[in-house]
Design a protein around this ligand. Structure first.
Ligand code: ASP
Length: 338
């Protein structure tokens, strides 16, 4: 039986070609994709293409586009066996993370991919990324999808979406998942690590709630930390601090953090290191966070922490406190016993 995959094309380099008059990359008509890659007709799955009306550079993707994609998937959930989202690489991990919270308990694969070079380029990485992603998006065994989560496929590697991050603007091998093992690898054989895959905890559910009153703040030595008080009405701050959770040990820092908390602002702490994460109490310069009720983001990526905060902050669906919700492992974004 031929599996059906819905391919949602959002934009990014993968669907661009060079305009030889200006030298810039511009989107091409994606409905011509079967002509450009005739190999797609040889696949064992049936692909339906649903392009964005106006494809965008992924720096223009945000909560509205994430909601739109989530709603499309929800609307077409029963009609398709898997979903593939073609996306610009710059913010693909944000979209993957947001979708992993909005599309709860998936029983079908949602794969995101893109490319570093346009599909029409002789040396393109787009073709392999696209064809192998389609394979993963239609992978079934005994009439059951093998992958039941949001994943990113890039340069021979399948990664958990909310653990992935773009680390190179140069290499084809542009994505990493420093705190969770690779889910699958494409070599001579396409393999998949079944024990590492996420297992849904209930029925599939759509929840497109996202609160945008979140700011992200990265500290640096010598900064004016009081500038944090100047932001207008954030409801939560994702604070990216040093190493395993350290910050300046002085009264000013304490006063700023206490003032933010007294304004009712939630503070989530993540690390500037991409590998490893936060461990309060390891150094005395992290104790301030325990005192003011800061919440550890443990080993989460910045992309996952930001989108998780957006999703749970005052979400009317939940009756738990923000910190209880943040500490839950919703879709494999955090190592529980970190
Ligand atoms: N600027 C592009 C984007 O993120 C880069 C890419 O697709 O690789 O849309």
């Amino acid at each position: 039986m031929k599996r059906k995959v819905l391919l949602i094309y959002t934009g990014g380099t993968i669907g661009m070609e060079k305009d030889y008059t200006t030298g810039s990359l511009v989107p091409f008509d994606f409905s011509t994709i079967f002509k450009r890659i005739p190999e797609m007709n040889l696949l064992e799955c049936e692909v339906s293409v649903h392009p964005f009306e106006k494809p965008v550079d992924s720096s223009d993707m945000g909560p509205n586009e994430w909601r739109m994609i989530a709603e499309w998937i929800h609307k077409n959930y029963d009609a398709f066996d898997g979903f593939l989202i073609l996306h610009g690489t710059d913010t693909m991990s944000y979209t993957a993370s947001a979708l992993s919270f909005m599309l709860k308990n998936l029983s079908k694969p949602v794969i995101l991919t893109g490319s570093q070079l346009p599909i029409g380029d002789l040396r393109t990485d787009a073709k392999e990324n696209l064809l192998t992603s389609l394979y993963y998006a239609s992978l079934y065994e005994n009439d059951e999808a093998v992958i039941k989560e949001v994943a990113v496929y890039f340069e021979y590697k399948l990664l958990r979406g909310n653990r992935s991050l773009k680390y190179s603007a140069e290499f084809f091998d542009a994505y990493q998942s420093p705190n969770y093992p690779i889910l699958g690898q494409s070599g001579v054989h396409l393999n998949i690590e079944k024990d590492l895959l996420w297992k849904p905890k209930g029925e599939f559910e759509l929840d497109i709630y996202l609160n945008e009153k979140v700011i992200f703040y990265r500290i640096f030595p010598g900064m004016n930390f009081e500038s944090l008080l100047e932001f207008k009405t954030p409801e939560a701050i994702v604070l990216q601090v040093f190493g395993s959770g350290t910050i300046f040990n002085n009264e000013k820092t304490q006063n700023v953090l206490q003032e933010l908390r007294s304004r009712g602002i939630e503070i989530v702490v993540i690390s500037q290191c991409v590998s490893g994460g936060i461990s309060f109490g390891k150094y005395s310069n992290s104790n301030i966070f325990t005192t003011i009720g800061g919440i550890s983001g443990k080993d989460m990526t910045a992309e996952a922490a930001i989108t998780k905060v957006m999703h749970i902050l005052n979400n009317p669906k939940y009756d738990k406190s923000f910190s209880e919700l943040f500490c839950e492992n919703i879709s494999g974004e955090v190592t529980e016993d970190f």
